[in-house]
Write a protein of this length. Structure first.
Length: 189
């Protein structure tokens, strides 16, 4: 009986050391994958943790942030030609994986054009606002903003966008045609 008690006590001690809680696994690596709107991985994006440590995504859009303690972190993801992601995460599980989506300028252009064709000008304008944060000098965005303003009846605003394009040296037939349409619609002064 005493022998059984000793064996049981030894086993209890051994197994009590194996009982693990998530805290026992911290610090841990936080893994993540960054995709675009078409589910393609984004290579070369910069992942910043708490405005301090920077990591870069690999060719498959993956990144690993090593040795994080359990807690909340500010994550920022940037890449030229893409909308910046700023988010707060709660790192509470060492097996946690982040899946994040970044929107590219090409995506915004396609979506803006699509929404203008659908006559959803409000959505197109929201997308324009986000896209201008990526590149405030993009001539395609100025043209799309001019078209959107035209269809909403804001002719003077449309002319302002066209003036920016003209000042930058852009002179394509589509701009000239839009100017003619505005002249036809605007009341004579």
């Amino acid at each position: 009986m005493k022998k059984r008690y000793i064996i049981f006590s030894v086993l209890a001690l051994i197994f009590s050391g194996c009982a693990s809680t998530p805290e026992n696994f911290f610090p841990a690596n936080l893994a993540g994958i960054i995709f675009d709107n078409y589910s393609s991985p984004i290579a070369g994006a910069t992942v910043t943790v708490d405005s301090d440590k920077e990591y870069t995504t690999d060719i498959d859009g993956r990144f690993i942030i090593p040795e994080l303690k359990e807690g909340q972190y500010q994550i920022s993801i940037t890449k030229p030609g893409f909308e910046t992601i700023e988010t707060e995460i709660d790192f509470f599980d060492p097996k946690q994986v982040l899946y994040l989506k970044m929107s590219s300028m090409a995506y915004f252009r396609n979506e803006i054009e699509s929404n203008i064709k659908k006559r959803d000008y409000e959505k197109a304008e929201k997308l324009l606002s986000r896209a201008f944060k990526i590149d405030e000098d993009d001539p395609v965005l100025y043209y799309l903003a001019a078209v959107c303003s035209y269809y909403e009846g804001r002719y003077s605003e449309s002319k302002e966008y066209i003036a920016v394009l003209r000042k930058s040296g852009y002179s394509i037939d589509a701009i000239t045609k839009l100017e003619q349409k505005i002249e036809e619609k605007e009341p004579s002064q």
